[in-house]
Design a protein around this ligand. Structure first.
Ligand code: ATP
Length: 428
């Protein structure tokens, strides 16, 4: 089977109500995307699965939901105001602006002019805003470019409120904003996106073993997203390319339709972040071991994942084309726990009131059980199946004339297209 192209994914997302361009009626706003009903459901399923896996199912994790706007001192201390930059180049001919490390600068990708780029300028990617009615130096704030700082700034609060045993982690999900020079590849590089991050606090003497555990925890999580192993590649980032404070970083890459690229990052950040806070706030960020053996500023391992990239990887992996009765068909082979619609229910025909009434009864019962069940009586049955295949609904339930006689329905399986008869009582 051929791999889906980026256009296939984009067009499916728009056609079926997963993801639309942001502000589309006004010509759009570059780098922003709006989620439709099915996209919201898929995104929530991924967020919830991550939260369940890394927070609810573990004893060593604490969830937070910090404010997006933070005191400007946070971003000064973390180094973001000075160094959260990308190299920007501008074409002297067409004035197109690009990220230097993402293009071949010998020729402008837009107008084709050769050697039209001067030296790169450092462009800060944070969106600046002012807080309160007076706009001056002291009221400057930023839309957070990562959720991580909202975790670090709450480290002391969590230690004081919960006295956790070390190692422990603090997790957060939420929006992040980066004024990317060239947003591209659908939602892969957006200006507004959502992160799922953990800061895992460890004893520096033991960071290597903890890091290895995270490598395998991430691997297991990616499997539950239905991503095939052969599309995932752990890239050990060489020392020269790592942040100066990081002693080890793995970029987990995925074979996206646009090429192999970063899905998520796993970094050992030493005590860089907590030390910065301690030095700049004057507040101690130390942790005292419960047995009193030592007191120290914990080191940190950070798995950092973007939901948009997870969605792209999930859709790419699920996108499947096959042939049914000599006709080509496209379906999303989504894992059942991620599918936006768990089941679709319909009466075989719409113009028989007793059939419709019975179908509504089955629908209500299934909806009560699963929640995400869709009523779908649009078009003929063949069209309904195709539509549900395209959005990845694992099963379609049809109420027909036999149902009225023996209270059985047909269930049609998305992947095999096989239909079986089951009793309504078994189903609900
Ligand atoms: P890249 O090199 O692709 O710009 P990065 O290394 O700057 O990414 P991090 O700062 O490590 O990214 O961010 C952690 C995670 O957040 C990334 O692995 C990715 O999943 C997600 N992410 C970062 N930037 C974006 C973006 N512009 N759009 C969507 N997701 C993003």
């Amino acid at each position: 089977m051929s791999e889906p192209k980026l256009e296939d994914i984009v067009s499916l997302c728009k056609r079926r109500g997963f993801i639309y361009q942001g502000s589309e009626v006004y010509g759009g706003l570059s780098g922003t995307w709006d989620y439709g009903p099915l996209g919201v459901a898929l995104k929530r399923n991924i967020l919830n699965l991550w939260w369940k896996t890394f927070v609810e199912d573990r004893d060593d994790m604490y969830g937070v939901d910090a404010a997006i706007l933070m005191n400007q001192k946070v971003w000064q201390a973390s180094g973001h105001t000075d160094t959260f930059t990308d190299p920007l180049v501008e074409c002297s001919q067409c004035h197109g602006r690009f990220r230097e490390d993402k293009i071949d600068t010998s020729k402008c990708p837009t107008c084709g002019t050769k050697d039209s780029f001067g030296p790169a300028k450092q462009f800060n990617m944070m969106f600046e805003t002012t807080v309160g009615p007076v706009a001056d130096e002291t009221s400057i704030s930023y839309l957070r470019p990562e959720t991580a700082q909202g975790i670090f700034t709450n480290f002391k609060n969590i230690v004081d409120s919960f006295s956790p045993d070390l190692p422990f982690g603090i997790a957060q999900q939420g929006k992040a904003f980066r004024n990317e020079i060239s947003p591209r590849d659908f939602v892969f590089r957006s200006r507004e996106f959502e992160q799922m991050e953990v800061e895992y606090f460890v004893d520096p003497d033991n960071w290597e073993a903890e890091f290895e555990k995270w490598v395998s925890d991430i691997e297991a999580f990616l499997e539950t997203l239905g991503l095939p192993k052969d599309k995932i590649h752990n890239l050990e980032v060489p020392e020269d390319d790592r942040a100066h404070y990081s002693k080890r970083t793995i970029d987990v890459e995925f074979d996206f339709p646009h090429g192999r690229d970063e899905l998520l990052g796993l970094a050992y950040r030493t005590d860089f972040d907590l030390m910065n806070i301690q030095n700049n706030s004057g507040k101690k960020m130390e942790y005292r071991m419960k047995d009193g053996s030592k007191t120290f500023v914990p080191h940190v391992i950070e798995p950092s994942f973007g939901v948009e990239r997870a969605i792209m990887a999930v859709l790419t992996s699920a996108y499947t084309e096959d042939e049914v009765n000599g006709e080509s068909r496209m379906y999303l082979k989504l894992p059942e726990h991620l599918a936006p619609v768990r089941m679709a229910v319909s009466p075989l025909v719409k113009n028989k009131p007793e059939l419709v009434a019975k179908a509504r009864e089955v629908y209500e019962a299934l909806k009560k059980k699963h929640g995400n069940v869709m009523w779908d009586d649009n078009g003929n049955i063949g069209k309904r199946y195709r539509r549900q295949d395209e959005i990845g609904t694992p099963e379609c339930v049809v109420i027909d004339f036999q149902t009225l006689e023996d209270d059985t329905v047909t269930i049609r399986n998305r992947d095999t297209t096989e239909q079986t008869r089951v009793a309504v009582s078994d189903l609900v």
